[in-house]
Design a protein around this ligand. Structure first.
Ligand SMILES: Cc1ncc(COP(=O)(O)O)c(C=O)c1O
Length: 415
């Protein structure tokens, strides 16, 4: 009789994992209060301001600037950093596409660095090898909430006079050597999009300790207005990237219960790290000693298909899903520099990359070599999504049982 659920056997688990988002009366009361107040925009109400203060304090930064999304926050940060147009910003190739496209949309040139094999975060050696006299900034991504190697990145930035903008869109509460991420560099961007740990469906936030940057960023997200200026007075190029009061109220309610949920995810991740490391062919991403706290946005494993007789990651994922381990998937499957937007320069009028010269030649994204990112996308990375980390002990043990079962019977899945 078949054992594996994919082959008709009984699944390890029939009960679904906790759904995301989680909410209760707090979100409903908060949204209702805004609706009843009639103050739905930030110009009328005080929820956006309250969120900016509370979120900045949570991330140990002096100021927060709310935006409509992580993407618009990144774009606003790059503009507020006043980087020279057509200068190069080094970003990792293993990330959500916005880390690269926000650079294009700020009239800058993304240059793609590889990632470290054990953490999947931007590799400082790769960054160093890509610095040219046109580089203006480095944008590390704290992937899955695991802080990037900020000491090395900041040291490089200081040595070469570069700005650091952190893509902290997955890193609420993450700490680098005991310090919250986001304002270690000039500024950091966070996302409150629907898959994120703190969400109102959409939303974003910048944090910074630099008051000049904050002033410019506030103006950019608010149509170029000046603090204290008239409503119809516009000092600079900006956009309407303002968060609504409704979003801010819901995010505030989510923030209120965040720390408890974070600790729960961290305990779950520690359990999975210990148990899954013991299974041959699975290596959870390393938690370096400098990563004193991770948001545990995703639990990412490095899967060694050779040790499973060549079983493809996609089949492993199907088998996991069939055992009731959902949501689990392979995550990013195209490194950002290989997305068509970059390879074919499908960028509309943001076309500086049509003529920008990188190392003496017109930039060609097919030329970037990021073998570790290619490997992660191509078949190594396995993502267990955040909902799984909210499971009770039995739910976590089921994840381990499912991997053990597939390991024991993997030959039945080989074609
Ligand atoms: C690493 C990273 N950067 C940027 C973003 C963009 O955030 P948003 O979806 O809020 O625009 C995301 C979210 O998907 C992300 O995960």
């Amino acid at each position: 009789m078949a054992e594996l659920a994919l082959k008709g056997g009984a699944p390890v688990r029939e009960t679904p994992y906790p759904a995301w988002p989680c909410w209760d009366d707090e979100e409903i009361k908060a949204a209702e209060a805004v609706i009843r107040s009639g103050k739905w925009g930030m110009a009328q109400g005080d929820k956006v301001l309250e969120l900016e203060k509370k979120f900045a304090a949570y991330q140990e930064a002096a100021q927060g600037i709310a935006a409509t999304s992580g993407t618009t926050a990144l774009r606003a940060a790059l503009l507020a950093a006043e980087l020279e147009a057509d200068s190069e910003v080094i970003v990792p190739s293993y990330t959500f596409v916005a880390s690269g496209t926000a650079v294009l949309e700020a009239n800058l040139i993304p240059v793609f660095a590889d990632i470290e094999p054990e953490t999947y975060n931007i590799d400082p050696d790769s960054v160093e090898s890509l610095i040219t006299d046109k580089t203006s900034a480095i944008m590390p991504v704290h992937l899955a909430g695991l802080p990037a190697d900020m000491d090395r990145i900041m040291a490089l930035a200081r040595k070469r006079g570069l700005t650091v903008i952190e893509d902290a869109c997955q890193a609420w509460g993450s700490e680098y050597r005991g310090r919250k991420v986001g304002a270690i560099g000039l500024a950091g961007a966070f996302s409150f999009q629907s898959s994120k740990h703190i969400t109102a469906g959409e939303g974003g936030m910048l944090v910074t300790n630099d008051s000049g940057f904050a002033l410019r960023a506030r103006s950019i997200v608010n149509c170029g207005r000046r603090e204290g200026g008239a409503w119809h007075e516009h000092d600079r190029l900006g956009g309407n990237y303002r968060l609504s009061e409704l979003h801010a109220a819901v995010i505030l309610a989510q923030l209120g219960r965040y720390q408890g949920m974070l600790e729960r995810r961290q305990q779950a991740a520690a359990f999975l790290r210990e148990k899954l490391s013991a299974i041959e062919g699975l290596r959870p991403l390393k938690l370096p000693e400098y990563a004193t706290a991770s948001s545990c946005h995703l639990f990412i494993l490095r899967y060694d298909s050779d040790s499973f007789g060549g079983l493809k990651r996609e089949t492993l994922i199907k088998a996991l899903n069939a055992e009731g381990i959902q949501p689990a998937h392979g995550g990013y499957f195209i490194p950002v520099h290989r997305q068509r937007v970059f390879l074919e320069k499908r960028v509309g009028s943001f076309d500086l990359i049509a003529s920008h010269r990188f190392r003496g030649k017109v930039i060609d994204y097919a030329q970037f070599e990021c073998p570790v990112a290619e490997r992660a996308c191509g078949g190594e990375a396995v993502w267990l999504l955040q909902n799984l980390l909210l499971a009770d002990r039995e739910g976590l043990e089921d994840i381990v049982r499912a991997f053990e079962k597939i390991r024991a019977h993997h030959t039945e899945l080989l074609e």
